[in-house]
Design a binder for this molecule. Structure first.
Ligand code: 0O2
Length: 191
């Protein structure tokens, strides 16, 4: 786990520097916030069981891509692509997988761009590539996802079909709002 923590902390620091640099260039925030987390043992075991893997370290390293996770929230949809463009150029970051839930939102309505990256961590004077998941979404998408996750998973009560459908509908509304806000930004040449 300390290897994942090292990978997470160094990538977090790099992205914080990107946030500061972007502010200097654009004179407004392109990244609103960055958060980081290591998956809890409980959540890790749940995921392993869901995917029918025997629980051991090798299977975790080989098959679970989001033990270390970072989340970036941007004010505007187009900011997401500015951030991806920068991550693509970073010398210590190798993108190994992408999931574009912005072009194609999930059935739940979830929208965001996921990158699985590898970054080198020094262990016993050797560089070991470690996987980190970076989720990039708008502040509005982040608001939806945080609350949807809370109402769906943070209680023992199953979400009703009615409320599940409502949440999907609200995600669609948020998607429309994101596009409208971007339109205004474009008009003002801020995006
Ligand atoms: P947590 O607690 O956020 O870590 P893979 O990870 O590629 O093996 P998976 O899990 O299907 O397979 O990957 P995917 O689809 O990229 O989703 C991973 C993460 O995206 C989830 O992690 C959530 O953080 C987020 N996510 C995906 N779909 C939804 C959704 O419908 N609602 C919300 N709120 N978040 C979503 P975890 O491990 O599920 O949870």
């Amino acid at each position: 786990m300390s290897i994942y923590e090292q990978a997470l902390n160094q990538t977090f620091k790099t992205l914080e520097d990107v946030k500061t640099a972007l502010y200097k260039v654009y004179n407004h925030d392109v990244i609103n916030s960055i958060s980081k987390r290591i998956k809890t043992p409980e959540s890790l075991i749940n995921k392993m069981q869901k995917k029918h893997y025997e629980i051991n370290f090798k299977n975790i390293i080989d098959n679970i891509n989001d033990v270390a996770g970072l989340r970036i929230a941007c004010p505007v949809k187009s900011d997401i692509y500015t951030v991806i463009g920068i991550i693509e150029q970073m010398p210590n970051i190798k993108i190994i997988e992408r999931k574009d839930y912005i072009t194609r939102p999930k059935k739940s309505g979830y929208s965001g761009y996921h990158l699985i990256i590898e970054t080198p961590v020094t262990v016993n004077e050797q560089n070991v590539p470690v996987k980190v998941e970076i989720q990039i979404r708008t502040m509005a998408m982040d608001f939806w996802a945080t609350n949807e996750h809370k109402v769906r998973y943070k209680t023992n009560k199953k979400l009703s079909n009615f409320d599940s459908k409502r949440l999907t509908a609200y995600a669609k509304i948020i998607n429309i709002l994101d596009d409208k806000i971007m339109e205004i930004y474009n008009k003002q040449e801020l995006a």
